[in-house]
Design a protein around this ligand. Structure first.
Ligand SMILES: [Zn+2]
Length: 137
């Protein structure tokens, strides 16, 4: 009786074991499937990240263009700041600081050694020349 009892138990265990083994193989198959899915998703993620990097690199030159536009605008600002100073001496009385000559004796000419801007056209710094003593100021 004891022997039979002992002999019966392993048989029950064997059935359970075989059931568990099939369950394990099923679970392993599931695991494999999910692992394949994970690797697929990881590949997809990697590709998407690469795409994001590409897009970020592409968007960088666009951002780089805006300062270039600003540098084009800068000479216009210079012109804007120049024109008031250009008209300013005309409003003031022209007077030679060297000989004291005034009015038509003082001529306003371009200082060709000093170019303020090339855009949109060449603009020279203005200088005044006294026609009486040839003093430049
Ligand atoms: Zn003078």
């Amino acid at each position: 009786m004891m022997y039979n009892n002992l002999d019966d138990l392993p048989q029950e265990y064997e059935e359970e074991l075989s059931q568990l083994e099939t369950q394990i193989t099923e679970l392993f198959a599931l695991l494999e499937k999910s692992e394949i899915q994970i690797t697929k998703l990881q590949d997809e993620n990697f590709q998407l990240k690469a795409q994001i990097q590409k897009l970020q690199q592409q968007s960088k030159p666009v951002q780089y263009k805006s300062p270039q536009v600003d540098t084009i605008k800068v000479p216009k600002d210079i012109i804007a700041t120049v024109s008031p100073s250009d008209t300013y001496p005309r409003q003031n009385k022209r007077k030679c600081p060297n000989c004291g000559a005034t009015g038509f004796s003082i001529k306003e000419v371009d200082d060709k050694t000093c170019i303020i801007t090339y855009v949109p056209r060449r603009i020279y710094k203005k200088k005044k020349v006294c026609t009486k003593c040839r003093f430049e100021f």
